[in-house]
Each structure stands twice: as structure tokens, then as C-alpha cells.
Design a protein around this ligand. Structure first.
Ligand code: EPS
Length: 406
């Protein structure tokens, strides 16, 4: 079983991710993980904190001479801002307690009030430090390791942004994940379309000028996934359910769609379901079949010309690209304060101005890649079994031969 946990606070000393269940023989270098950490930090609309941090991972366990050993992999990312919070975030009781860093004023839209009530904290900093999206740096590090495993089997995970603050871009051409990913990487808002990127940036500028924040929608595509990841037999084994949970667990995510998603409410069944075709000979694959990626380079195979199902039927991958979409709400820390109530005095107040991001949708898309990669890697490991990369490769080859004969 592949799993991970994270620890760490936004202004604490460091963040940690511990991954368990990675096979041996996977080559891992800090530089690969750092690339994704840097991608998460980028994006138009980020606030002052990102000028303080330059996230770098230190691998402190589970990798020796560049290879995974099978023991838990520990990944540590330092918070450079911690130096400014030594007393406020001290583990031992500090000599001087800084009152102004205690939080009694819950921000609407944050975990502050519900977390304070639940855990009995009078200083809401004990909630906000952990609920902060700073934690996603650790998830991205864990996801980068999962991506490395998937890469070994030709499975890629890519994200791009399709909407920010009501400015929408609609993909009209057939899915070409590599091209869209390249376009997203070149855009400050991760939108593959230049014109739409410019409009989205203007929307962020407007929000910032008004002391407001904006949310948005991003897509995650997974290509090269073989049929048969996940299972129809039990609710908690369904791949779409697991992916939705992984995405919903990202801070500020309020909804997830698979394939056509909510549009299925208005399309009849005859136009919703993807018809099944069979290709008997190699080299006759349609463009749509090619888009699925290299999970089975040897024909014959079943394929679809449309992908409204988003690559998942009955809770299992069907061999087409997995297509997910998620919406991020606007960041709740606003320069234009909303009304709330002090938990000590019970007096109403308007939240004071705090450092914040006006938009973090591009960053959330990178976090989503990590969350999705980890879940797909887990389902892949369950299908193929094995404790070493070599064993998984043997098992995978055996399974693909079975698929080809089907
Ligand atoms: C966050 C508030 C901001 C963001 C932070 C998430 O931090 P600060 O309170 O230090 O200004 O910058 O995100 C990160 C630090 C990060 O690495 O993504 C929040 O309240 O969730």
C-alpha cells in the first residue's frame, strides 16, 4: 500500500512528507522534486510570502546512492520565514509571548473558527498555521516522487488553468496533453492560450486593485494509464472516488468533475457515452486512440473516439486519458475585510488587512498534479504489485499481455 503523511506549520521550522510503500530501484534526485516545488511557487497573483521562500527539498531517508531502498522516504522543506516567527512558533515556552501574533479574530472562509471550536484553542493561530496552503509544498514533494514512478511506465500527469475569476478559456482542439502542458508552463497563469492568459492576468490585477481575490478552474489530465486501475467492486476502491477525494483535500477546492462532469445533466445518454471501437492492426489507431498514450504500444486494442467519461467507467480506468477538473474558491484572506466576531470579546469586527495572495489557482493546479499522481501511483501499485521496480515491470508486462489477448 502506497501512502503518505505530511507535517509542518506555515511559519514553523519546516514541512515534512513521509512516503511509505515506494518500490526499490526508483532513481530519485532532489533536483526533480525541486522543479515541481518551484512550479508550485510560481503563478501570477501570488503575494509577498513567495518572495521570502525558495522551496528546496532535503531527502533525509529512504534514498541511497540515488535509488529508493524501500524504507520510508522522508522529504523536508525548510520555511525561510520561520526566522521571523521564532518566539511565536517556538516549541518550548518562549521568554516573551508576542500578543499581537495571537489570533482571536476568525477569518470568514478559513478553518479558523470551526477548528478553534473543535479543538478548544483560544489562539486561532494553532488552527491557521496547519490549515494554511503552505502545507501543499510537502504534498508536491510527495507527488514528485509518485510522478517519477509513473514516468517509468509512460504515465504522465499534466495540468492547465481554464478559468480565473470568470474569465474562461475553452479548449476546442482534441486533447494533446503534451502541447497543452507546454503552453501552460509558458503562461504566468498556467493557461495554454496566450490571449486568455492576458485576460486572466488583467482579472487578477482588477481583484488586487479592489482588495479582493479570485478563484478559478483547472484541469488535470493523466495519459498513458492502462485499463483496469481502481475497481467497481467496493466504494472505496473506485478510482474516480479516490481521485475526487485527493483533489477535494487540497485547500480551497470546492468541487471536482470527471470527464464531462456536471454537463452530463443536460446531454442525453446517446451523446454522453463513449462508443467502443476495436483496432485489430497496429498503425491504424485514430488520433483519439493515440491521445491515450503509450500504455499499450502493441495493437490490437479497444478504444473510444470521444472521452466524455474522462477515462473512468465503473470506477476503473478504461485506457483513455483520465480527465479531471476542479474549482478553487477565491482566497479568503482579503484586503477588503469581511465581517466576523472576536472569539474573546464576542464583539463584531472587520478583519484587519493581512499579507495574502490575490489568486493561487495556477499553484493549486500544480498541487493537483501531485495529489492525482500519488493516487494513480497507488492504484497502479495495487494492480501490478511488487516491491522492486523490476518486479513491477515484470508484472505489468504480464498484465499488458493479458489485455492484448482479451
Ligand atoms: C496562506 C497564506 C500566505 C500564503 C500561504 C498560504 O502565507 P502568509 O500567511 O505567510 O503570508 O503565502 O502559502 C504559502 C506560504 C505557500 O507556500 O503556498 C494561507 O493562509 O493559506
Amino acid at each position: 500500500m502506497l501512502r503518505y503523511l505530511t507535517s509542518g506549520e506555515s511559519h514553523g521550522k519546516e514541512l515534512t512528507a513521509i512516503i511509505e510503500g515506494m518500490p526499490t530501484g526508483l532513481d530519485i534526485a532532489a533536483a526533480q522534486i525541486d522543479r515541481d516545488l518551484a512550479r508550485r511557487q510560481a503563478g501570477y497573483g501570488r503575494g509577498g510570502r513567495m518572495r521570502i521562500e525558495t522551496d528546496r527539498v532535503e531527502i533525509t531517508s529512504g534514498v541511497r546512492w540515488g535509488m529508493t531502498t524501500g524504507s520510508p522516504i522522508a522529504l523536508v522543506i525548510k520555511n525561510r520565514d520561520w526566522e521571523n516567527w521564532l518566539e511565536a512558533m517556538a516549541v518550548a515556552i518562549p521568554d516573551a509571548v508576542e500578543d499581537e501574533r495571537q489570533v482571536t479574530r476568525p477569518r470568514p472562509g478559513h478553518a479558523d473558527l470551526a477548528g478553534g471550536i473543535k479543538y478548544g484553542h483560544r489562539d486561532l493561530r494553532n488552527v491557521l498555521e496547519r490549515s494554511s496552503a503552505r502545507e501543499t509544498a510537502a504534498r508536491v514533494a510527495a507527488g514528485a516522487v509518485a510522478k517519477r514512478l509513473l514516468e517509468s511506465f509512460g504515465i504522465t500527469v499534466a495540468s492547465w488553468v481554464v478559468e480565473i475569476g470568470g474569465v474562461r478559456w475553452t479548449r476546442v482542439r482534441r486533447l494533446d496533453a503534451a502541447r497543452l502542458f507546454a503552453g501552460a508552463e509558458a503562461s504566468q497563469v498556467r493557461c495554454p492560450d496566450e490571449g486568455a492568459s492576458a485576460r486572466m492576468m488583467r482579472r487578477i490585477d482588477k481583484a488586487k486593485a479592489e482588495g479582493d481575490s479570485v478563484g478559478g478552474v483547472f484541469e488535470v489530465a493523466v495519459t498513458g494509464v492502462p485499463p483496469g486501475l481502481g475497481s467497481h467492486v467496493q466504494w472505496d476502491r473506485k478510482l474516480d472516488a479516490r481521485l475526487a477525494a485527493a483533489l477535494m483535500s487540497i485547500q480551497a477546492i470546492k468541487g471536482v468533475e470527471v470527464g464531462v462532469g456536471f454537463k452530463a445533466a443536460s446531454i442525453p445518454g446517446s451523446k454522453t457515452h463513449d462508443e467502443i471501437f476495436y483496432m485489430a492492426k497496429a498503425g491504424t489507431m485514430t488520433k483519439a486512440a493515440h491521445a491515450a498514450g503509450p500504455w499499450w504500444p502493441r495493437s490490437p486494442r479497444f478504444y473510444r473516439k470521444t472521452n466524455n467519461a474522462g477515462g473512468i467507467e465503473g470506477g476503473m480506468s478504461n485506457g483513455e486519458p483520465i480527465m479531471l477538473r476542479a474549482v478553487m474558491k477565491p482566497i479568503p484572506t482579503l484586503y477588503r475585510p469581511l465581517r466576523s466576531v472576536d472569539i474573546g470579546t464576542k464583539e463584531p469586527f472587520k478583519a484587519s488587512v493581512e499579507r495574502s495572495d490575490a489568486c493561487a489557482v495556477p499553484a493549486a493546479a500544480v498541487v493537483a498534479e501531485a495529489a492525482v499522481a500519488f493516487e494513480i501511483a497507488g492504484a497502479f501499485m495495487e494492480k501490478t504489485g511488487g516491491d522492486s521496480l523490476a518486479e513491477i515491470k515484470r508484472n505489468y508486462e504480464g498484465y499488458l499481455a493479458q489485455v492484448a489477448e482479451y
